[in-house]
Design a protein. Structure first.
Length: 106
């Protein structure tokens, strides 16, 4: 597992599906890190991505926008994205903004 403590985004490299761990606050910086890791995995042939929100307490609008971009990139490349360990407040936010129409929450 790699970990970047400055942005608190980490990723599990060795398995399919590939798991990307979001930091405690999903904003522009951490969102871009998640997007980078997801793109890297898709480019390497990964078809199943899981973004794990177990450490995430807050998600801002830029973070939501970046997640929508990740979902779009995955769909265009035939990959699936799922979100895991999302807290109840964030699930409500994702549902209200329509993300749950495009991604499974597991």
């Amino acid at each position: 597992m790699i970990t970047d403590t400055a942005t608190e985004v980490s990723a599990q490299l060795s398995t399919e599906p590939s798991v990307i761990y979001a930091g405690d606050y999903l904003n522009k910086l951490t969102g871009e890190q998640i997007e980078y890791e997801c793109r890297r995995r898709i480019d390497a042939g990964c078809s199943d991505l899981i973004v794990n929100f177990s450490r995430t307490e807050l998600v801002n609008s830029i973070g939501i926008s970046i997640l929508l971009g990740v979902i779009d990139i995955a769909e265009k490349n035939g990959a699936k994205v799922a979100f895991s360990e999302v807290n109840e407040t964030t699930v409500e936010l994702f549902d209200m903004l329509g993300l749950t129409k495009h991604v499974n929450i597991v």
